[in-house]
Write a protein that binds this ligand. Sequence first.
Ligand code: CAA
Length: 262
Amino acid sequence: MNYENILVETRGDGARKTGVIRLNRPKALNALSDPLMDELGHALKAFDADPGIGCIVLTGSEKAFAAGADIPTLLQHDFLSAFNSQLISKNWEHILDVRKPVIGAVHGFCLGGGCELAMMCDILYAADNAKFGQPEIKLGVIPGGGGTQRLPRWVGKSKAMDMLLTGRFMDAAEAERAGLVARVIPAEQLLEEAFKAAETINGYSAPVVALMKQLTNQAFEVPLTEGVKIERGMFHAVFGTHDQREGMNAFLEKRPANWKHG
Ligand code: CAA
């Protein structure tokens, strides 16, 4: 696929590399048009299928991660065309099918659909200039990419309502206090820090990383006791892998582990 709205590269010199996807519609602050979301889905799937890739960093530009869905496109729809074309749902959730960790690195505006996309990443790092918000209310609409569902789970009901109902933006420090992002990093160091975290993850056993991601995301979907039962079953299952023996033997022999990713 020829990408016109994203930039794609690989980083790192270890055995497993980092797939990097940059949203790239600078004139529209990376507004998430359909072509962009199609390309993003394609690039995510390609990195996920590539055994040479350990994890993925998703970022935007220094001014904006993404300022939301593409407003001129939204304006073209009526109810039936939105319903029939599955507006938002069709190509927005490919990211949820990715089995490798996706690290979101957010500079600048992260609004509306941009914030919803960021919340679908597995780890979020924010530059100190980041601004998060769900300002759909100012446009006379509600979020369509999960904003009313994920934001309360991430930051609690009261702060989510505050943001959704007033449309105000949250700065990076508040986003970290609220638990929306894992860390705030000076803007000029954000990508390097994200790449460093990615390289650390790339250095672990691939199936264990994938399982860790799957189980942690499952915490938001299943009741606690069920989730713990599933975790326990998977914990037992990893004792069937080479990498469990290797990791524990390497610890006892005080040497780096030599993972076989199996
Ligand atoms: N869609 C399309 N274009 C957008 C856009 C969007 N979401 N956000 C910004 N742009 C465009 C602007 O129209 C402008 O284009 P022109 O130069 O051609 O006029 C360009 O990006 C730069 O924007 P501004 O001049 O407005 O820049 P600013 O620095 O003054 O303001 C901003 C930045 C606060 C992010 C402001 O652009 C803004 O409020 N954008 C809209 C944010 C928004 O409402 N997002 C929600 C969209 S709806 C949604 O996402 C639904 C959903 O749940 C999926």
